[in-house]
Design a protein around this ligand. Structure first.
Ligand code: ADP
Ligand code: MG
Length: 454
């Protein structure tokens, strides 16, 4: 992403989080100048911006940039005049026409994706363990390693973790490549004249780049919808590397057999080594990931446990959306000056991501209140672990009503009832439903409760 586009996205995000006066005063006049290593340099028009933004919006801006880039940056605010001087000192070097001829290796690894910050649960345990095994002895047993699963589950993270681990612990040459860059390179090799390079030059570049690595990591191979000629080149490269016991790691959003656009012989190759799939995170993993990510952010805003439960219960499909929610909550609280995030704040901040809104929470609580009153017990009893019939029965009714009236997920209901397992809730709902069929008295009671719910 180039700097302008990145800033455009950041501004769009900022706009959703601050009121228009603040936006116009403090954010519209500033712009991102460059972003590299761990520093984002932002140009401001006047000293007052420098001062005020630094004092008030520093963490907020960090949150925004981290959301847009998935990376963490410190912020440097400079005046236009300061930058001109810098330019004179460092003239921009234009790309030489023959830049491709001399290939300079770079692994493309993102240092922030490590095994240490990959949280493990049942849904990704096998994938993580296999990735670790490959990292420890690349090219030896699991070759190629094929990781697949839907988007946002940690495939890219694991692949970088392998690469980083290998770079750290050996002097093997690693190359991480997106399938887009990979295809570009493969396509160019067969083109007559590219950027003043002859075919020969490019072939050399290509060979340097791909055939001299010890570990080749190719991400999102499902986008490899290329010509037979390109696939031919790839097949060739694959074989050479594989023969030399160079480790190949591939990821995809589906299994090799479901890669329709890929030639049979390539699919066969992918199945030679080991294939692992990675599944959507289970509830406990989601919670652990949230906790770990909050830790890593090192922002001094406390998030209540109920908020962690709320996110974990509602964003169930992938890890990326969990991260999005955390970033959003953090920026939001920094912006609003909250030092603690409770459930109402979270519901409000995440209303675009979790589109059930506030009413849902009060609604389950309303149902609990009405049911508790009806049976002359307390709401706390309903949420307790007590099993006596005088409490368990009303609890089951309240769960049932939350389900049929609010169409709430079993997990969410479980949470609202003191952290019961979703299967307990499911069982309760089934039980009440079945009993209502055979017991008109119960049916009446429940109708009556329904009428009392505001
Ligand atoms: P994929 O490549 O499968 O689409 P990514 O590897 O890009 O997914 O993961 C999306 C985001 O979620 C990344 O920021 C990644 O660090 C994070 N993530 C995924 N799984 C985990 C995990 N188990 N522990 C910590 N972070 C994770
Ligand atoms: Mg990915």
């Amino acid at each position: 992403m180039n700097v302008d586009l990145l800033w455009e996205k950041s501004l769009a995000e900022i706009k959703t989080q601050v009121n228009s006066m603040i936006y116009e005063t403090w954010f519209k006049p500033i712009r991102l100048y460059k972003i590299e290593d761990h520093l984002a340099t932002i140009i401001v028009p006047q000293k007052i911006h420098q001062k005020h933004i630094e004092e008030t919006y520093n963490d907020f801006l960090k949150g925004i940039l981290s959301k847009v880039t998935n990376n963490f940056y410190d912020i440097e605010l400079i005046l236009e005049s300061e930058i001109k001087e810098e330019k004179q000192n460092n003239p921009i070097i234009l790309n030489e026409p023959h830049e491709l001829k001399t290939y300079k290796h770079s692994s493309n690894l993102n240092k922030k994706y490590l095994f240490e910050n990959f949280v493990i649960g049942d849904s990704n345990r096998l994938a993580a363990a296999t990735a670790m095994a490959v990292a420890k002895s690349p090219g030896e047993s699991y070759n190629p390693l094929f990781i697949y699963g839907s988007s946002g589950l940690g495939k890219t993270h694991l692949m970088h973790a392998i690469g980083n681990y290998i770079e750290e612990n050996s002097n093997k040459k690693v190359l991480y490549i997106s399938s887009k860059e990979f295809i570009d390179d493969f396509t160019r090799i067969s083109r007559k004249d590219d950027n003043n390079l002859t075919n020969y030059d490019y072939a050399e570049y290509f060979q340097n780049k791909y055939r001299q690595v010890d570990v080749l990591i190719i991400d999102d191979i499902q986008f490899m919808t290329t010509t037979p000629k390109t696939q031919d080149e790839f097949f060739h490269t694959f074989n050479i590397l594989h023969d030399e016991k160079k480790q190949i790691i591939i990821s995809s959003d589906r299994s090799p057999n479901d890669l329709n656009k890929l030639e049979e012989r390539l699919k066969t190759r992918f199945c030679w080594g080991v294939m692992v799939d990675i599944f959507p995170p289970e509830q406990s993993l989601r919670k652990n990931i949230i906790i770990k990510k909050l830790d890593a952010l090192k922002i001094s805003v406390e998030m209540k446990e109920e908020v962690i439960d709320y996110i974990a219960a509602n964003l169930t499909s992938d890890v990326r959306s969990l991260e999005g929610a955390i970033n959003r909550l953090m920026s939001y609280s920094l912006m609003m000056g909250y030092s603690e995030i409770n459930l109402p704040i979270a519901v409000d901040a995440l209303k675009n991501m979790i589109n059930k809104g506030t009413s849902e929470i009060t609604d389950i609580q309303k149902i609990q209140k009405v049911v508790a009153d009806q049976f002359q017990i307390s709401v706390d009893d309903l949420k307790s672990k007590k099993r006596s019939a005088s409490i368990a029965f009303p609890r089951q009714i309240a769960m049932y009503l939350s389900r049929i009236i609010l169409n709430e997920s079993f997990e969410r209901i479980g949470l609202e009832f003191g952290g019961k397992d979703h299967s307990t809730v499911m069982h309760s709902c089934d039980k009440i439903k079945a009993e209502m069929d055979s017991n008109p008295k119960l049916r009446n009671t429940i109708e009556q409760i329904k009428e009392n719910i505001p």
